[in-house]
Design a protein around this ligand. Structure first.
Ligand SMILES: [Zn+2]
Length: 233
């Protein structure tokens, strides 16, 4: 009896170990990711409790279950196309679009039409997001934090995190909320304004102590500090 480890549906979850069930997976396709130079071999498994699972081997490594959904369609191919699409979408922010190499189950044309559907859906989301801009987006733009639609839904935007780190701020324009999971900060426009002020004060304190050190040690200011001082006050 083939059953699932968890009844949950989705991508990026713990779907259990494949050690004892690896032989139950059927070959689906080879994909590559040109940006990362990685090769993925995909497999699928249909369970007796009516699920489809998608598993992969990365560069010949261990077999891991990547996604799992209930069987939604009568036709096997439609279920396969559904889970492949869900999996690509969930990985998009990190990996970009995969490239079709070969398959005995779906054709290159079918694979590329999955990619095209995702592109079309995202472009539509981006268009809708651009048509619905808010004071928070205006403010992020004014502060050069490069806000742009994520393409995930009509209200989803990303921007540079003001902390200076190499990660994103997530914005939901429907409620005009923002958040950074990395910095553990959330809020609306006033909280962002307050945070930017806080960052500026910290930076000023750093500059001021550098200025005092320069005065004490060199009896004068460096060009960089002078420039900052004149611009600041
Ligand atoms: Zn952050």
């Amino acid at each position: 009896m083939k059953t699932v480890f968890t009844k949950k549906e989705g991508v990026w979850m713990n779907f259990g170990d494949t050690k004892n069930i690896a032989h139950e997976f059927i070959y689906l396709m080879d994909n590559s990711d040109l940006d990362w130079g990685t090769e993925f071999k995909y497999f699928y498994r249909i369970t007796d409790d009516n699920y489809i699972q998608l598993a992969h081997r990365l560069n010949g490594g261990e077999l891991k279950i990547s996604a799992q959904f209930r069987l939604r369609f009568k036709n096997l191919k439609e279920n396969i196309i559904f889970i492949v699409k869900e999996n690509i979408e969930a990985h998009l922010p990190y990996e970009g679009f995969p490239v079709f190499e070969k398959s005995t189950v779906i054709t290159e044309k079918e694979f590329n039409s999955i990619i095209q559907t995702i592109r079309d859906e995202r472009n539509l989301m981006i268009e809708q997001a651009i048509a619905f801009q808010t004071p928070l987006i205006d403010y992020l733009r004014e502060k050069n934090l490069n806000p742009r639609p994520s393409g995930n839904n009509p209200y989803s935007w990303v921007a540079k995190c003001p902390c200076g780190g190499n990660h994103f701020l997530m914005i939901v324009t429907k409620t005009d909320n923002w958040g950074c999971g990395y910095c553990r900060r959330v809020g609306k426009l006033p909280e962002l304004q307050a945070w930017l002020k806080e960052i500026k004060i910290k930076e000023d304190q750093k500059r001021l102590s550098k200025m005092l050190r320069e005065l004490k040690e060199n009896g004068g200011l460096s060009k960089e500090t002078t420039k900052w001082w004149l611009k600041r006050y």
